[in-house]
Write a protein that binds this ligand. Sequence first.
Ligand code: ADP
Ligand code: F6P
Length: 473
Amino acid sequence: MGQLVVVSNRIAIPEKNSKARAGGLEVAVKASLKHKSGIWFGWSGKITAHSKIATQRVVHDKITYITLDLSKEDHQEYYNGFTNRVLWPILHYRIDLAEFSRRDLSGYLRVNDHFARELHALLGPDDIVWVHDYHLIPLAKALRERGHKNRIGFFLHIPCPPPEILTALPNHERLIPSLCEYDLVGFQTGDDAFNFSRYLTRECGLHSRDFNFVVAGRTVRIDAFPVGIETAAFADLARRSVRLPFVQGVIASLGGRALIIGVDRLDYSKGIAHRLSAFELFLRTQADWQGKVTYLQIATKSRTEIPEYATIEQEIGSAAGRINGAYGEADWTPIRYVNRAYSHSTLAGLYRAARVGLVTPLRDGMNLVAKEYIASQNPNDPGVLILSRFAGAAHECKAALLVNPYDPDSVAAAIGQALSMPLAERRDRHESLFGVLSHNDIQHWADRFLTALEQAPTALSQFEQMQMPSVGS
Ligand code: ADP
Ligand code: F6P
């Protein structure tokens, strides 16, 4: 039996005094590996001046962390360029923000090739490889070209748009079909899986039986695996963390006002600017609440070298200032806006203290913050989750107040409804949400994916009868 080899761009290297970092993939993969052994391979987070790639190795618990640095050029073209200025916006339905260059595409393919070269040296024939996210779409192809017949699975943490949008990706025909080199391709929701299957049918002429596509004699399975959180552990953490001096200090500073919380990476997909406008509308149209509610928006800076991120940072900062100027009083600031990262225990305590969780992305693969907010609530006196219908989490969290983030009236109305919701209704909704998240927690997610991957027909037997198709070549 081989070992599990997990591959992702960002990895959670165990370091003393490591600071909290925002990002769903890292949080999810770290939690899912807690009871497993194997290798976690990825970028060290360091950028080196020279282009020579050195790998580092750290063993912690039963996981060996193997990381490589990126050169300045790789980081610019692969990370700041193709992954985050082309793939990220297009997969989040924002074709208008995509900035394509051929140079960035070659950087992206080059880094994927570096990853494959390093992995080639350490993969055994029976190892199971689990690749994560859009940074590494062509990795299986690069490994297959080196002769690897291992079971290789891919999970996309972010949305997969319909083919009408996916085909706006320059060179999509070179990249997207290369996902067929994986044995299993997992998505957050059934809609994402369906969108990808429509792409394969429309653009590659492939047909499936129950989401199993036969590509030149081998089978590629597609399915939805909604990512979860450590539900029970998070609930436990929140129960304890609400007593932390820092959290108690925040609660005291509210002076009895109800707390609304938003926690996001500072990313345009999170809809923070729309959310601030909706909150402003709420203050204007439900003026009785003025002075009685505080909205804490925690927005950690993210991908700061990318121009679109610098722009929203400015826009959101000035919108928060403007609303505070217009509605605030000498003794009341409606919006507290902070760019800090907090530990999970502090976040859990703050979630528990908040009467309302405001999670309104314009588009999100899953959104773990929504799930963390639910898990953190006191079941006897729970807060209310307001959730965008365009977050993957909305597929499971049907008992939240689901809203359209593009419609400020609906979000403002939901804020009022959440703040005045009777206890019995809050309990009912919370019980139903917590039940869903307890069933599909992070271990369940990882086990379901890995079982499906283990059961996938081996590429070994399939390779004997096939010539890889022209897709992705
Ligand atoms: P994304 O992966 O797009 O950032 P998710 O909501 O799925 O969005 O995951 C974000 C993860 O990062 C969550 O686990 C959340 O707790 C964490 N996080 C978000 N903001 C912060 C912050 N300010 N400090 C620390 N962790 C954060
Ligand atoms: O969860 C989606 C995701 O894009 C991850 O792939 C990524 O690690 C995270 O958000 C944060 O982004 P970054 O790694 O660019 O800081």
